[in-house]
Design a protein around this ligand. Structure first.
Ligand SMILES: [Zn+2]
Length: 226
C-alpha cells in the first residue's frame, strides 16, 4: 500500500468489514458463485492494514442502511449491535445506532423536473471518510488487476453516483470487473495512453455507487486551469 514498509499482513480489498461477520445468511441469487467470496487478499504492512479501520466501519454502518435487501440489513444489524467482547462498548451510554440517528436530516424529494414530491429522512455522511476508503479500495483493485502500485503523484477524484456517467461506464467492456454477492461490486476502465489513468465504479450493497477517477498529475493540473 505505502510502498515503503515491509508487507507483513494480508489486507482485504474490499474491506473485510463490509461483509457479514457470521457468514452469509442470504446468498445472492444473481451471482451465487461470488456470494461467499470476501474479496481479494493483498500484502500490506500492519500500519496500512489498520489505518482506515474505523472509516471502513463507518462506511459499512451508513451505506448498509441504504440497501433494501436482506444482506444489507444483516450487515447493518451486525454493525450497530453493541459488541460485548469490547468492554469499552458496554460502558458507552450512546450506542452506535444513536450516533447514526443523530445524523438524520430531513430532505426534500423532488422529481427530475423539480416537482416537490415530499420529504424523507436522509443521513449526513462524512465525505472525507468515504474518499479515504474509496481511494484505498481503488489502490487495492489496481494492484490486484495490474500487479503494480499507482504512483503516489497520481490524483484521485471522487463523485457520488453521477447519474449521467453511470450508464456509459457500465456498458463499456473491461476485464476489471468483480462482484461479491450483494455486498460489493466494481468495474474499472483504463486508458490506452496511461495505464494508471482510469475510471472506477464502486457499488456498495447494491444501492450506493461511487465513481473514482485516477488522474495523471500533469493532466490534473491542466484540467484545474481550465
Ligand atoms: Zn504500508
Amino acid at each position: 500500500m505505502c510502498g515503503t514498509n515491509q508487507a507483513e499482513s494480508w489486507d482485504h480489498v474490499p474491506p473485510k468489514t463490509l461483509f457479514p461477520k457470521s457468514g452469509v445468511e442470504h446468498l445472492s441469487l444473481s451471482s451465487p458463485q461470488m456470494a461467499n467470496s470476501r474479496g481479494y487478499k493483498l500484502p500490506a504492512c500492519r500500519t496500512c492494514n489498520e489505518l482506515l479501520k474505523l472509516d471502513e466501519e463507518y462506511i459499512r454502518d451508513r451505506f448498509s442502511i441504504a440497501g433494501s435487501h436482506d444482506s444489507a440489513r444483516q450487515i447493518f444489524k451486525e454493525g450497530t449491535r453493541p459488541s460485548y467482547t469490547r468492554l469499552r462498548e458496554r460502558l458507552k451510554k450512546v450506542t452506535k445506532l444513536d450516533l447514526i440517528l443523530r445524523d438524520l436530516v430531513p430532505i426534500t424529494v423532488t422529481s427530475k423536473e423539480g416537482l416537490v414530491l415530499g420529504t424523507a429522512e436522509g443521513i449526513k455522511i462524512d465525505s472525507q471518510r468515504v474518499e479515504r476508503v474509496s481511494i484505498k479500495i481503488i489502490k487495492g483493485l489496481y494492484y490486484q488487476n495490474i500487479g503494480e502500485r499507482i504512483p503516489d503523484s497520481y490524483k484521485f477524484q471522487i463523485y457520488w453516483n453521477p447519474p449521467n456517467w453511470l450508464p456509459d461506464i457500465l456498458e463499456k467492456k473491461t476485464n476489471w470487473v468483480g462482484r461479491f454477492g450483494d455486498f460489493f461490486a466494481y468495474k474499472g476502465i483504463t486508458t490506452n495512453s496511461d495505464k494508471f489513468v482510469s475510471i472506477w465504479w464502486l457499488s456498495f450493497y447494491r444501492s450506493l455507487g461511487i465513481i473514482v477517477v485516477v488522474l495523471n498529475p500533469e493532466l490534473a493540473i491542466e484540467l484545474s486551469k481550465e
